[in-house]
Design a protein around this ligand. Sequence first.
Ligand SMILES: Cc1cc2nc3c(=O)[nH]c(=O)nc-3n(C[C@H](O)[C@H](O)[C@H](O)COP(=O)(O)OP(=O)(O)OC[C@H]3O[C@@H](n4cnc5c(N)ncnc54)[C@H](O)[C@@H]3O)c2cc1C
Length: 361
Amino acid sequence: MSKIISKQYDVLVVGGGIIGASIFYQLTSEGYKTALVEKNHIASGCTAASGGIVRCFHLESELSDKAVYSWHYYRNFYQHTGKDCQFNECGFLYFPRVINYANSLKEVDRLSKQVPIRWLNNNELQKSFGNLLEPSLDCAVYEPLSGFMNPLQVTKAWVDAARQLGGHCYEKTILKSLLFSDGILTGISTNLGNVNAKYVVFATGPYTPKLLDKLGFSHDLYTQIIQVDLRRPTTLVPSQPAYIDDCNQLNGRPNLNLDGVYLGSPTNKRITNMAECGDLDLTHSNVTKAKGAYRWKWAANSELIGGLRSADCYSKDGLGRVQALNKDNSIFIATAFNGGGFKMAPWIGNQIVNLLKEAKI
Ligand SMILES: Cc1cc2nc3c(=O)[nH]c(=O)nc-3n(C[C@H](O)[C@H](O)[C@H](O)COP(=O)(O)OP(=O)(O)OC[C@H]3O[C@@H](n4cnc5c(N)ncnc54)[C@H](O)[C@@H]3O)c2cc1C
């Protein structure tokens, strides 16, 4: 306890999920005296339930650009951090709604100069994935080198790498309030005492809306439940790619040992407290399975064998919030990627470094 109180940091990162870990590492490696404060233990929030899908295409170029930055970083994770984390290259399919075909084609063309990505017309889609797909007239975007990582492993790797560079990590340490002197931020108060710092970054994921309410910051964020079921098809589906299906509102990926496939659909269920999240909702699983059967041949007869359920921080536009909360640029948030924060985490860490450089510590 005295150890934590006696330190003076440049930056305190609050929240030890994938986003806080990325920020912690990237700030530490840039030479900022940084500490990570986590109320529970590392990767115990919604990162623990994340599918870890890493892909590039988004309908909004702004999001694609952030995802492309992160895709390159994740694919070269060892070069960036000195830590090995496996990138499972299962490929990624995105099914746009017909109304978005023209925009999608334009975006694929733009992104094809930066990453492996192509448009599959219906014939090409059937040729490559007809063994998995229910018949349809749909087209899709295909990223052959995208896939997924283990969120727990990546989070811990970033935290370990930051610690090796001199960053401090305090688990079981809860941010209670911000401390000011003459209106200037001086640090935070926690259950273990006060910690001094010039800058604070909230990487508190789904806890953010409630925390900001408590600290008196106005915001437009909310917390929404995400559920992705794990289903076992009657026969193995070894060529299953990761996917987002905007026609049927589906998302998922193969699991690591290929004996199951994740199948999710939006819950649209908002909560005000993480304790309301609860266990897998079997009524929702049945709805998701029915939707899944429109897209995947294996879905209709598959068996529910588990799943992932937590919540994430959302905003109406889904563009994320990586920005200062106050006028003198000493308090930042980094969240609100609407259930897609894992794939954005490397960009987010870099963006916080840039914002702090602009703030000129
Ligand atoms: C089921 C599911 C599947 C998903 N699949 C994908 C996917 O495939 N690809 C993708 O890109 N994204 C996916 N996501 C989204 C992604 O997982 C999240 O966007 C990301 O994990 C958010 O990370 P975070 O660090 O912001 O939040 P968290 O992991 O929740 O971390 C926030 C941390 O802050 C801590 N904290 C909160 N309040 C305090 C306090 N007062 N003091 C100290 N610490 C505090 C919490 O304990 C927590 O550990 C998925 C999410 C879910 C739920």
